[in-house]
Design a protein around this ligand. Structure first.
Ligand SMILES: NC(=O)c1ccc[n+]([C@@H]2O[C@H](COP(=O)([O-])OP(=O)(O)OC[C@H]3O[C@@H](n4cnc5c(N)ncnc54)[C@H](OP(=O)(O)O)[C@@H]3O)[C@@H](O)[C@H]2O)c1
Length: 224
């Protein structure tokens, strides 16, 4: 279905009417052209990016909310991006894409609150830098690696995590050192200042993947 087309989304919802959906995953995205800046902004394309990336997940959630409510897991997961972080934006550009991801984080935070009475959990997850058409060939994770870690993370989600932001993040590496770390950060300081299992991680002594769980307010203060 085309998530920017309400009729298309509703048509699929009508086919699936009455069927439980344990996990509703919003993954679709468009990026828009690169290099847009003041004097050079394509407003039509920018509106399209917001339409797909922010309004798309709302259309889908609205159309399938009854299916999710009927299921056992009752999960709505939306794939977001570190580029949606205001505090982490040190390179500028990508107005539309960045805004669409910041906005969808806010949408899902509100949905988490609005849908809590129906037992539905809403979470946004940054999948890491992944070798897809978007991520390109130099990304640090293969699609299989990212999906494996996403699945592992999604398995742990429930009402206690609703309204949260999680991230699968590859930490800078030193050749010859390799380890995998999965944990939950307890505060909003940067990863290089964090302690996992009593050991402090720094960006130059760890190679691995860290699953970070933060709430949106912390994320928007600049951690991710
Ligand atoms: N790759 C990364 O490094 C990375 C990093 C951070 C976050 N993410 C997020 O991860 C998710 C997946 O990204 P990706 O890397 O797989 O992106 P991608 O390679 O650009 O693929 C985007 C997918 O979205 C689909 N799509 C686009 N517009 C659509 C619409 N209107 N309705 C339905 N489907 C539509 C595309 O389908 P068609 O091919 O048929 O157009 C394509 O399958 C996105 O939410 C992205 O923002 C990715």
């Amino acid at each position: 279905m085309d998530v920017s087309d309400l009729a298309s989304v509703r048509a699929v919802a009508s086919e699936l009417k009455g069927k439980p959906i344990d996990l509703l995953l919003n993954n679709a995205r468009v990026g828009g052209p690169r290099g847009q800046t003041i004097g050079n902004i394509d407003y039509e394309v920018s509106a399209r990016v917001l339409d797909v990336n922010t309004l798309g997940p709302i259309r889908v959630a609205e159309a399938f909310v009854d299916n999710v409510a009927q299921s056992e897991r009752k999960l709505i997961v939306t794939i977001t991006s570190g580029m949606g972080s205001i505090g982490d934006n040190t390179s500028g550009g990508a107005f539309a894409y960045r805004s669409s991801k910041a906005a969808v984080n806010m949408v899902m935070r509100s949905l988490a609150i609005d849908l809590a009475p129906r037992g539905i959990t809403c979470v946004v997850i940054n999948p890491g830098w992944v070798r897809t058409d978007m991520g390109g060939p130099h990304a640090t994770l293969t699609t299989a690696q990212s999906v494996k870690r996403l699945r592992r993370l999604i398995d742990t989600l429930g009402p206690a995590q609703s309204g949260r932001f999680s991230s699968i993040t590859t930490v800078a590496n030193t050749p010859g050192r390799s380890r995998l770390i999965v944990g939950a950060i307890k505060s909003d300081t940067l990863i290089k200042h964090q302690s996992f299992g009593g050991e402090t991680l720094t960006s130059d002594n760890v190679f691995g993947t860290v699953t970070r769980t933060l709430d949106f307010t912390r994320a928007s203060r600049g951690c991710l």
